[in-house]
Design a protein around this ligand. Structure first.
Ligand code: FAD
Length: 294
């Protein structure tokens, strides 16, 4: 099922992201954790592609097996900047063969030592190049793109960020998913700016539950997200206790999601970090709000 069919209405939907294992030996345990998340019957699930230098070998395996076993619509991520055209074309063929209908088209970050780290030889410079390739692939993929409520760290300013985002959407993105954010007002402002700029596709809000203090440091390093005072106080107070921080982090993420739904945002994607207990708690906190739909 295409994700655009799931997220187009005004009924709240909750979906989860998982990531493939970084080492081969972890495949079964990751598959098991992702399976427990799929068993929660989310609206859809995404599987990342080699983020942070991890292996991308298992993205499709995981997406295919979760889709087949649990009947959950799957979104497979694909990045392009570290790859040659040949590799990307092979991945697209693999996705077709695996019956993947939904692709998150990303630029990715350059990982030193990968096959194409000589900038002058890059076949792909931006995600928009991959979106165009997917559109020309002969398969009617539903295509997602990434967006950044607090602008992408490489963008000069918000105007430039939105200009290139519009170019990416016009090239064929059917929906956008945001980078994590911890202050909903930043997201509402972003939404206002992109709608003003004529970007009309659905935007899925990405929420990362922070369940330990170390995770927050990594998340900030990765995303540069603003940490509101209220959230910082919570981490300062509970960060030293694993159980307390987990409970507080789940409560904060739940609160963010309820505020989003209350303000008419219909689609929320939770960065589950492969933690079924966290995913289950958040889903459990929202059962009546979500009604029958995940
Ligand atoms: P782009 O859309 O290409 O944007 C990157 C920068 O280039 C921006 O500053 C943009 O304004 C600028 N730009 C875009 N087009 C042009 C142009 N034509 N000319 C000049 N400048 C331009 N990484 C992974 O490795 N694997 C994953 O699975 C993964 N999943 C992600 C999921 C989400 C929801 C998000 C938000 C990010 C994800 N990332 C992932 C991280 C992502 O790869 C990085 O943030 C990367 O730096 C940018 O990717 P992008 O697709 O947004 O790039």
């Amino acid at each position: 099922m295409q994700i655009s069919e799931i997220i187009h209405g005004d009924v709240p939907s909750l979906s989860f992201e998982v990531f493939p294992p970084k080492v081969d030996s972890a495949f079964e345990s990751v598959k098991d954790a992702a399976g427990q998340i799929a068993a929660l019957r989310p609206a859809f699930m995404s599987v990342t592609y080699g983020a942070g230098g991890g292996t991308s070998r298992y993205t499709l395996d995981l997406a295919k097996s979760l889709g087949e076993e649990y009947g959950v619509p799957m979104l497979a991520h694909l990045t392009c900047v570290s790859s040659t055209k040949e590799t990307v074309h092979a991945r697209i063929e693999d996705m077709k063969a695996a019956g993947i209908e939904n692709v998150m088209a990303l630029r990715g970050d350059l990982v030193p030592g990968t096959e194409n780290d000589d900038r002058s030889k890059w076949d792909y410079r931006h995600a928009v190049d991959l979106v165009r390739e997917l559109k020309e692939s002969g398969t009617d993929f539903c295509i997602g793109g990434a967006c950044y409520p607090e602008i992408h760290p490489e963008s000069t300013d918000s105007r430039e960020d939105v200009k290139y985002l519009k170019e990416k959407v016009d090239a064929g993105c059917d929906f956008l998913t945001t980078q994590m954010f911890f202050d909903n007002d930043l997201f509402y402002n972003f939404l206002y700016r992109i709608r003003e700029a004529g970007i009309t596709v659905p935007v899925v809000a990405g929420i990362m539950p922070i369940t330990n203090a170390g995770q927050l440091d990594r998340a900030i390093k990765l995303s540069g997200s603003f940490i509101p005072r209220r959230f910082k106080a919570l981490v300062d107070r509970f960060g030293g206790s694993a159980d307390a921080m987990k409970q507080a982090g789940i409560a904060y993420a739940t609160d963010q999601i309820i505020d989003l739904f209350a303000n008419g945002i219909t689609n929320v994607h939770v960065y589950s970090m492969n933690k079924p207990d966290v995913a289950a708690s958040i889903k459990g906190n929202l059962t009546c709000i979500l009604g029958n739909k995940a």
